[in-house]
Ligand binder design. Structure first.
Ligand code: FAD
Length: 477
């Protein structure tokens, strides 16, 4: 069988099918695997992620995939989320001793960047999410309602919206609250923060992203399959409603019993022949799925400026700061907290990666403007950065980083099965119930692989269940 696209969706489908004994031929346009979640080497020799990627404890399928390909030990999980505002006030979120859903109550009660009034209003909305088991009926309409409208209906204070809901959700969903379906926003809080004690734990790769996929090629080749890079599919041949071959450069053609297309939805829309589109009304609305941008900024300082592995910044353009030096070399990391380089064993320079999600405003700014803006914010937040020299900087703008989780977007997301025999779809944008994430991509790949095996009369199960609600949260499902 043939998989087109070597992002997480294609890799998950390919590896699951190879594990089931299939000979998989995977073709990828680019010279490396991982699609949007990858890394490459700059001309200067540094390995950079196209952007920092993180996972959460509730991402059960991504976790399963990393295990399958032997990469689980390359992702480090953290229990403590650290927040910092421009006034230097900090706060941490960490599970305490109470059972779910009250495990975060201790951190939340003392979270300095929010006033008591803000915290009470947030607690009220959390109760609404909790008592409905994460599914309030007012958001369950096909056209959806925006997260901002839902928060206003729950009487959230402007400060609570700006400094809490927006901070968590713009990073998690890569979209502003007025353009986010409340169903996705509420799901983040239910799955990551309320239903159990471990869903919020943040997993950060301790290696460049591309290194996470080393085991994929091995898994596929072990079963007689092959992975071909720099191999863009240029056309799809169809006869009597059935796909007969893929066309590549130089007139090369490849055929198989079945095909999994794991391309971005925009690329698939351009590639699909009209005959296939006509036979599949579910593919008629791909052009209605919009995209949203993420900007990654890479700073190399001449000395350490923070000892935290990562920080969430409040009230700034920069939303997250990742201390790549500490993440790649955990043995050298101080546990004493931020801004303590004397105590830190990190000896020379420090590499930070900054993330700005839903970065619409930055798309039109020049590289220099973005660097100046971010450097100012980093120097405001981290006093030690004021003395440090910025040795080098890189800006990576991803204009189509994710699909936009707009209200009602699920109406346009097709299932992994099609009406065309032997043709299956994967991609974070297909119907998974999840937003545009690595978890959503892996789910789609597993679902496509399951559908393919069902169609051949050899069913298998790859999809992993969500984390089960624990503690008192079990009472609300
Ligand atoms: C900047 C950025 C930051 C992100 N941060 C996070 C995060 O922190 N956590 C998280 O969970 N998610 C994050 N995401 C989202 C996540 O990366 C995606 O949801 C996921 O990687 C999508 O995987 P996919 O396989 O569906 O699509 P893709 O990764 O887009 O894979 C599609 C593949 O198809 C290939 N292709 C295209 N055309 C052809 C062709 N004609 N022939 C052959 N191959 C072709 C592409 O090269 C690509 O490799 C982020 C995304 C970006 C861009």
């Amino acid at each position: 069988m043939i998989v087109i696209g070597g992002g997480l969706a294609g890799l998950a489908a390919g590896v699951a099918l190879a594990d089931s004994g299939w000979r998989v031929k995977l073709f990828e346009l680019r010279p490396y695997l991982g699609g949007r979640a990858t890394s490459y080497v700059l001309p200067s020799g540094e390995h950079v992620d196209n952007c920092q990627h993180v996972t959460l404890g509730c991402c059960t399928n991504l976790d399963d995939f990393y295990r399958r390909v032997g990469s689980a030990n390359k992702v480090k999980f953290f229990d403590r989320l650290f927040f910092l505002d421009p006034q230097g006030r900090s706060g941490a979120m960490q599970a305490g001793i109470l059972p779910a859903p009250f495990h975060m109550m201790g951190s939340f009660a003392t979270f300095a960047p929010l006033s008591l009034g803000d915290r009470l209003s947030i607690a009220r909305a959390m109760m609404r999410i909790l008592f409905t088991g994460g599914k309030p009926k007012e958001v369950a309409t096909p056209a959806g309602i925006s997260m901002l409208d839902w928060l206003r209906s729950q009487k959230q204070t402007p400060h609570a919206i700006e400094r809490f809901w927006r901070v968590v959700l713009v990073s998690a969903l890569d979209e502003e609250l007025d353009r986010t379906d409340a169903r996705f926003g509420i799901d983040v809080f239910w799955k990551a923060f309320l239903s159990n004690r471990t869903g919020y734990r943040m997993g950060v790769p301790a290696v460049p992203l591309a290194d996470l996929y080393d085991g994929c090629r091995v898994a596929i080749e072990k079963k007689g399959g092959e992975v071909t890079l720099r191999a863009p599919v240029r056309g799809i041949l169809v006869e009597n409603g059935v796909v007969t071959a893929m066309q590549f450069d130089g007139g090369r053609e490849e055929s198989a019993d079945a095909y999994v297309f794991a391309l971005p939805h925009t690329a698939l829309d351009n590639l699909l022949p009209q005959e296939i589109k006509s036979a599949n009304p579910a593919l008629a609305s791909l052009d209605k799925i919009k995209v949203s941008p993420i900007t990654g900024v890479h700073f190399w300082f001449d000395r350490p400026v923070t000892a935290e592995p990562f920080i969430t910044l409040l009230d700034t353009n920069v939303q997250w700061v990742f201390n790549k030096t500490a993440l790649y070399h955990p043995g050298e990391m101080s546990s004493r907290g931020p801004n303590l380089p004397e105590e830190s064993a990190v000896s020379s320079g420090q590499y930070l990666q900054l993330v700005i999600s839903a970065s619409y405003d930055l798309l039109k700014k020049s590289r220099e403007e973005i660097i100046d803006l971010c450097l100012k914010e980093i120097r405001q937040a981290l006093p030690l950065a004021r003395e440090a020299q910025l040795v080098k900087a890189t800006v990576i703008k991803e204009a189509s980083a994710t699909f936009s989780p707009e209200p009602g977007v699920d109406r346009f997301r097709p299932p992994q099965t099609t009406n065309t025999p032997g043709l299956f779809l994967a991609g974070d944008w297909t119907a998974t119930g999840w937003p545009s994430t690595m978890e959503g991509a892996v789910r789609s790949g597993y679902l496509a692989a399951e559908a393919l095996l069902r169609s051949t009369g050899t069913p298998a199960k790859f999809l992993q269940p969500d984390l089960l609600p624990t503690g008192l949260s079990r009472l609300f499902t």
